[in-house]
Design a protein around this ligand. Structure first.
Ligand code: WQD
Length: 332
């Protein structure tokens, strides 16, 4: 399997995955509608990889064009990143999320069926676990009622894959991706005010934001702030290559899910303190009210990804926050 269609391939995780696909002798073909990234990323990918990369500006909801592309390039597998991912925005605009995230997935699978392509890696999220009864969470941990339309689109997406019998599908449940490629040429590009913690930290360090508000310090955790499993985006990208390899080597697989996290939980204050120490920068932050919908603590049991995919996270928290800061500095 050589030619891999990467939807959302100019996005944060998609672009890092394109780099790893090429490093592992796959040939990625990118589709991206540029709704949450910019075309500059394509040039930077060519600079990092030294390769010409085929790219189409396209909406995954355009099934006819998708079908044409799948046929033209003899695509043998798909990695589907193209989806909206802001939890808060999904509460404000649920239809936008159901149209793009569910409609886009249905469009993609329909085009794949028309072209007799069965191999797909799906970008899912630990958000499907909601507030777990305990951590670390394994893949068999209960799927809780989604706390946002965004989370619901990930749960429904997994169900759709499982119900399409012709597919050989793997869903990767990401924990919290942060950091950037060592070249500082690609990284997280939040448009507008960042929702996520680390881009808010780096923009505060860069003087773009006045201060960070820590959303609550009265949780039942070591320092009262929420716990998450932060994972370096390059480690996450490598997990996608392992998933494509797995599909290649297991033609009779139908649907499987894997937690992609480091297995370590860190509090918000630990992220702030580690960022300050590693980058020798004092951050301005205050403690504010809890954010509605936040989970108190969640981190991964990643044994299945390790035992079945042969995947391990290699980059530690220091590397994550150091690369995130270098990327922010490069942006300016
Ligand atoms: C992390 C922690 C906040 C900002 C979400 C989605 C998940 C994935 C990643 C798409 C929380 C705290 C944050 C701030 C803060 N999305 N925080 N001040 O909410 O764990 O996950 O984004 O793939 O699916 O659910 O990530 O980075 O928003 O928050 O205190 O300004 O940082 O309360 O505890 P989250 P996050």
């Amino acid at each position: 399997m050589k030619n891999i269609l990467v939807t959302g391939g100019l996005g944060y995780i998609g672009s890092h995955t394109v780099v790893e696909l090429i490093a592992h002798n796959y040939n990625p073909i990118i589709i991206d509608d540029l709704s949450n990234t910019n075309i500059e990323v394509l040039e930077r990918l060519k600079k990092i990889t030294g390769k010409e990369i085929t790219y189409y500006k396209n909406d995954v909801c355009d099934t006819a064009t998708l079908t044409h592309i799948l046929n033209t390039h003899h695509i043998e597998g798909v990695i589907h990143f193209a989806a909206f991912k802001a939890v808060g925005e999904s509460v404000q605009f649920p239809l936008k999320y159901y149209h793009n995230n569910i409609g886009g997935l249905v469009s993609l699978i329909s085009a794949m069926e028309a072209c007799q392509i069965k191999n797909i890696v799906f970008s899912s999220s630990c958000t499907v676990y909601g507030e777990p009864d305990f951590s670390p969470v394994g893949e068999l941990s209960p799927i809780k009622k989604a706390s946002s339309p965004y989370g619901n689109t990930k749960q429904i997406g997994e169900e759709i894959l499982n119900e399409c019998a012709f597919l050989n599908a793997v869903a990767l449940r990401y924990f919290n991706p942060i950091g950037a490629h060592e070249s500082a040429l690609i990284g997280e590009l939040p448009l507008g005010v960042p929702n996520n913690l680390v881009p808010f930290i780096t923009q505060t360090a860069a003087g773009i934001r006045e201060k960070i508000t820590v959303y609550g310090n009265d949780y039942n955790t070591k320092d009262g702030t929420c716990v998450r499993d932060y994972i370096h985006v390059v480690d996450l990208a490598k997990a996608h290559v392992k998933a494509i390899d797995f599909i290649n080597q297991n033609p009779n697989n139908h649907f499987d899910v894997f937690n992609i996290g480091t297995g370590n939980g860190f509090t918000v204050l630990e992220i702030i303190e580690t960022f300050e120490k590693v980058n020798q920068i004092k951050l301005n932050y205050t403690i504010g009210a809890r954010r509605v919908g936040d989970v108190e603590k969640v981190w991964a049991n990643n044994d299945k990804a390790s035992n079945v995919l042969g995947w391990q996270a290699e980059l530690n928290l220091e590397k994550m926050v150091e690369s995130a800061w270098r990327w922010q500095q490069h942006l300016h």
